[in-house]
Design a protein around this ligand. Sequence first.
Ligand SMILES: *Cc1c(COP(=O)(O)O)cnc(C)c1O
Length: 351
Amino acid sequence: MSQFWSPIVHDLEPYIPGEQPKVANLIKLNTNENPYGPSPKVLEAIRLGVSDQLRLYPDPNATELKQTIADYYNVDKNQVFVGNGSDEVLAHIFHALFQHNAPLLFPDITYSFYPVYCKLYEIDYQTVPLNDSLEISLQDYSTNNAGIIFPNPNAPTGCLLSLNEIETLLKRNTNSVVVVDEAYIDFGGETAISLVDQYPNLLVTQTLSKSRSLASLRIGLAIGHKDLIEALVRVKDSFNSYPLDSLSIKAGVEAFKDQPYFEQSCQKIIASRQWLTQELIDIGFEVLPSSANFIFVRHPDYDASTLASGLRQQALIVRHFKNQRIKQYLRITVGTNEENQQLLAVLDSLV
Ligand SMILES: *Cc1c(COP(=O)(O)O)cnc(C)c1O
């Protein structure tokens, strides 16, 4: 604390990212990174981008990347926004679109960055409880609001909403922006991007950190009506004109172009998730149905934090949240086959 801090800094409760320990031979299943690495074409594009040209500023509009994404999703380039990770894209969304005279609505159990942005941008919010199966019930989002945001599939539960359920919400909620955070949509869900032309208050965000295995480069995007995108551009150009460096722009383009590699690595993760789910059920765990690259599990007879420390002693780290409602659960990222087998062996020895 310091006398030099602005008043708002005193009250911030910053987000705590999952740890990135510098320990050799650790099996890291705590931050939902992709175990398979980016496409070789992405790595080649980065290598080619390392040149004397790095002295120049990158394209402030990341035009090539936006066009590639627009082509991929069959939308117009002015319906696409890109930023330094979807976290930054989300920050601009909160700043640009959620400050009105009503609370923002989001689930009680969800991505814990949302309340942090509310604090930073002084946005009033109200959490809406998940139902008893820890699923989002969109019919509960019917109160007066300044916006609605939820991940689909939700984090950290992995539970998926259908496009139908989302469209029902959009038909009812027409006076505020609805943001669907699709960080994990490529692992088995159906994107809501197909609805943006019909619903001018719908904004969909995605990230290249998970399904495209580029967490380190920080590339995120939003797709929606051009007027919503323009609001984000106005905030971005009042904050940082160059959120994406030239290497990230080139890498992002290749990540979308190499569709076979992308599909193959998603399929491998989906198959491993199904295998891991069944194996864990067989040794007594309850596993929520996941459409993400992680699973959310508990064991009826063993304390989750005890299990997490038992795993850690064997050099395996998973994510455990202290929140009362989910403190008996562990969130486990789906790893490579060997990592998953090791996880299973250690958990089997602990229960
Ligand atoms: C990982 C994640 C993000 C952030 O992704 P980045 O692009 O790496 O910033 C956003 N929302 C949810 C729900 C996530 O799990």
